[in-house]
Design a protein around this ligand. Structure first.
Ligand code: ACO
Length: 331
């Protein structure tokens, strides 16, 4: 069985910056409160009303194809992980495939909130490991500004727009590179603490749901925080133990960027040194499905073949998980 390796990374961030100072003019908050509680200073917003999550995905996919010198027609599958699809249906993956020229790929969306990219990576890797597919793209993208209430100070400070993706191919190096292990978990009893109340089949959109502002993210932050701190740390520790890795063996911790305090709790539990943790929450906030590929993209130049990475996430659902992989190329 050939392992699935990441052979290219691409990403896209909108230009417009929404800073904490800007938010001070919109809601009753302060840069000091936001930064000390979350670690966020600014986030990117896709301002153009004609653009959506698929545009983030198309830009990321085009960069992946260009960097890896891949013919778009050779991509066999694209998985788009998102909580802000362009439409309820068809899948955003289909729209991205069409506009990026992936004319031979099938595609589908996968929703696991903030853990989506890890669920997608695990799922995409299975197609490579099964030997049925040789080129799979997993793209995690969100236009969170489309479901954020910019009058709600408890949520609007957290999220930003953006995303990224990776190309998965079989590792034929004989050097044991690529995705080695993954642990994915969920607990649907946590749904009530983080969800979007209307828009689905239980509560279809109506004038009343709009009046009640139920088309926005609803979060009980403290409950989510408590579960995130425990579960992201637990699953990271579990995957390290299962693969006989101690903190010195790990080259990089790549955590979902929801809150700097959650990241720090995970880091402390795993014992991984601070300088080995990818953190960019200060600049982009929580881009939901975008955070982990955006980290890989920003740190790509620092990664070396054989580096051991632990990827970890926690999100709505609840969903959480961790992946252990060995980076497959020098930049
Ligand atoms: N500015 C100023 N004050 C604020 C703000 C703000 N932006 N937001 C809340 N407050 C106030 C509250 O009203 C409250 O005031 P009170 O004590 O008078 O009632 C006080 O600050 C404390 O509020 P808490 O909600 O208790 O603040 P907390 O320290 O828990 O921080 C936060 C809130 C940042 C949201 C935190 O709970 C958190 O990060 N939660 C987890 C988020 C997460 O991981 N989500 C999962 C991923 S997202 C996904 O899956 C889509």
């Amino acid at each position: 069985m050939a392992r699935a390796k990441i052979s290219a990374v691409g990403a896209y961030l909108p230009d417009h910056i929404l800073s904490n100072t800007d938010l001070e003019k919109m809601v009753d908050t302060s840069d000091e409160w936001i930064f000390s509680r979350t670690g966020v200073r600014e986030r990117r917003i896709l301002k153009d009303k004609t653009k959506a999550t698929s545009d983030i995905g198309v830009a990321a996919v085009k960069e992946i194809l260009e960097k890896s010198n891949t013919d778009p027609a050779d991509i066999e599958l694209i998985i788009c992980t998102t909580v802000t699809p362009d439409y309820v249906f068809p899948a955003t993956a289909n729209l991205i495939a069409d506009r990026a020229g992936l004319k031979n790929a099938f595609g589908y969306d996968l929703n696991a909130a903030c853990s989506g990219f890890l669920y997608g990576l695990t799922t995409g890797a299975q197609f490579i490991e099964a030997g049925t597919h040789k080129k799979v793209i997993v793209v995690g993208a969100d236009k969170m500004s489309s479901i954020i209430n910019y009058g709600d100070r408890t949520t609007c400070i957290l999220f930003g727009d953006g995303g990224g993706g990776v190309l998965l191919e079989p590792d034929e190096s004989g050097e044991d590179l690529g995705i080695i292990d993954s642990i994915m978990k969920s607990d649907g009893s946590g749904w009530e603490f983080l969800h979007q109340k209307s828009g689905g089949s239980l509560n279809p959109p109506s004038y009343e749901t709009i009046d009640r502002q139920e088309h926005f993210v609803y979060q009980e932050g403290k409950n989510v925080f408590k579960s995130a701190v425990v579960n992201m740390a637990d699953v990271s520790e579990e995957i390290m133990k299962r693969n006989n890795l101690d903190s010195d063996d790990v080259d990089w911790l790549v955590p979902h960027q929801a809150n700097l305090r959650i990241i720090e709790a995970t880091r402390a539990r795993t014992g991984i040194a601070q300088e080995k943790v990818m953190i960019n929450i200060e600049k982009y906030g929580n881009t939901t499905n975008g955070t982990i590929p955006l980290c890989l993209w920003e740190w790509e130049n620092k990664l070396n073949k054989g580096d051991k990475l632990i990827l970890s996430a926690f999100g709505g659902g609840f969903t959480w998980g961790s992946i252990y992989l060995k980076w497959a190329y020098d930049s």
